[in-house]
Structures are given as C-alpha cells and as structure tokens.
Design a protein around this ligand. Structure first.
Ligand code: ATP
Length: 285
C-alpha cells in the first residue's frame, strides 16, 4: 500500500509546455523505473545543492547530440535563469538533474557526488519541480497538495497552501481543502493549478528547485501572486529556471544563454548587457 504512493511522490511534476511536451514527460514517467539504481548506489541524504555540470553530452538518439558539452558550476542557493531559442536544449539539460536520463558523456555532481552514485529516489527527494502543466489527480485539494506524502500534517498542508497564496481560494470553496478537484470536481484555472504545484514544493521543502516558467498568459494580478509565491519558494534553494519573463531573468543571480546544445554566454544581467552579445539581442526580441 505504501510503496506505490511513495513512488508517486518521488515521481515528477515536470511537464513542459504544450501537448507535445506533456506527452514527452508522460512518457518519461512511464519509463522512469528503467533508470535503475547502479550497484552500490547510496542514499543522497540531505543535499546542500551545489550542482556541477561537467562537459555534459547527451542525445535522445544516437547520432544526434542535443547537449554538446555543457559545463556550469552552481552554488548552493543560487538562482540561474536559462534562456535561449526553442530547441536549444534547456529542458533537456534540466531533465538530467532528476535523472530522467543519464548523460552519454560527462557528468553531473551534486555536493561533489556523481548523480549515478545516488539512488534515484533519494536524489529526487531533494528536488522539487514546478511547471505550468501541473498534474492534478482526481481527489481532494488536500490530497493534491500532499501529493502522496502520508506524513504531512494538517498544519503543514495549510501552511504550504498559505505560502503558495492558495488561502483565499480555499476559503471561497464550500468544502475548503476537502473539495474534490479535477475532472469529477471543481476545475481549477491555470493559475490555481500552478499554485497547487507551488504548495507541493513548499511542503516537500527540497534544497533544489526546477521551475519551468509559464508562457501562457495570466492576468496581471494572478501573475504577480504567482511570482511572489515563486520568489518566496526559491529563497535558500538552488533554483534552475527555464525563464520566459524578463522580470525573472533580471532577478536571477546568473543567466545562462543556451544555443544549439551549448552555453554561449553566462553572467549577471548587467554583465551580459555590457558585453553586448547574444543576450542583448535575445532580450530585445
Ligand atoms: P523550448 O524552449 O522550446 O522548450 P528547449 O531549449 O527546452 O526548447 P529542448 O526541449 O530541450 O529545448 O529540446 C532540444 C532538442 O531535443 C529539440 O530538437 C527536441 O526536438 C529534441 N527532443 C526533446 N525531447 C526529445 C525526446 N523525448 N526524444 C527525441 N528528441 C527530443
């Protein structure tokens, strides 16, 4: 009874935009058991979130490399915004952090340990993923926020909902947290679903966050609330964002510009602006 739930909890909330993206990650979830623990893999324990990408190469098919030698050093607690044209490999790069795939060459370490030396489940306990196409299952709002965490207390769930700015919505529902959501219940808007994903991440409290920022249009008020909740969520966590909003990009500690599977520029907004390179042209676009 417990193990399947644990499995759901350890599996991933990462669904990039669009149906194609969704199908792609749905597929990933299905093949997830195939990423097996290597013999001798250890529990990751509580990581601090120093992530190193070391000359990383990866392709989905042989003969077509998508990542062509990516090296990045991320300090614990740092926020990195990944930008670049569609197809540059941003989503692919970040999908390697929870080990949806393993690199074909090079490696990723966290706190100095190769990801492949850790058990997949213990690695993923250290990673929270918030994306725009959130998976809600047919159940109550409480169950959807707890997301398989049987140890979550009522207080913790309420606190996570509050920090994700879900409290006003919950107060407006006749059955509050017991309201059934999804196809058989109350349909949530895109903005509300994103806040459920944020609440899940608050509850999970991981040292590493992966955010796939929404491209879908939200009204200004909703956008501001979600931005505030995400800002609060990223405090004290290593945060990797596939960024679409200029405000996010400007506030990141560093910006990583990716093109055709490579990092072409990296630095603060001010540094990249001063260098007058590709970033300036991208942000003007
Ligand atoms: P976007 O901003 O549009 O999401 P991206 O920079 O995140 O782009 P990726 O989604 O990582 O780029 O895609 C990089 C390349 O990998 C693309 O050419 C894409 O077609 C290919 N690709 C992505 N997922 C798969 C997959 N599951 N199988 C085969 N090829 C894939």
């Amino acid at each position: 009874f417990f193990r399947p739930l644990e499995k759901i909890a350890s599996v991933i909330e990462i669904y990039p935009r669009g149906i194609a993206g969704f199908a792609r990650y749905k597929e990933l979830m299905d093949i997830e058991p195939e990423i097996a623990d290597l013999p001798g893999a250890r529990e990751a324990g509580d990581l601090t979130g120093a992530i190193r990408f070391e000359d990383l190469h990866f392709g989905y098919e042989s003969g077509r490399e998508i990542l062509k030698g990516v090296s990045i050093d991320v300090r614990p607690g740092e926020t990195l915004a990944f930008v670049g044209p569609s197809g540059a490999g941003k989503t692919t790069l970040l999908a390697l952090v929870p080990r949806f795939y393993d690199p074909t060459a090079g490696r990723i370490t966290i706190d100095g340990t190769d990801l492949r030396a850790m058990t997949v489940a213990s690695l993923r306990r250290n990673i929270g993923i918030v994306s725009q196409d959130v998976f809600l299952f047919g159940g109550t709002l409480r169950e959807n926020i707890a997301y398989g965490d049987l140890a979550a207390t009522e207080d913790q769930i309420i606190e996570a909902a509050r920090r994700a700015q879900l409290a006003p919505m919950i107060a407006g529902l006749p059955e509050g947290l017991d309201t059934v959501v999804g196809e058989r219940g109350v349909m949530l808007s895109g903005g509300q679903k994103q806040r459920v994903a944020i609440a899940r991440a608050f509850l999970k409290n991981p040292p590493i966050l992966i955010l796939d920022e929404a491209t879908s249009a939200l009204d200004t008020e909703t956008e501001r609330e979600i931005q505030a909740a995400l800002d609060a969520l990223s405090v004290g966590r290593t945060t990797l964002i596939i960024a679409h909003r200029l405000a996010t990009i400007r506030h990141a500690d560093r910006i990583v510009v990716m093109e055709d599977g490579r990092v072409t520029e990296m630095g603060t907004h001010a540094q990249l602006e001063a260098s007058g390179g590709r970033y300036v042209r991208l942000s003007a676009a």
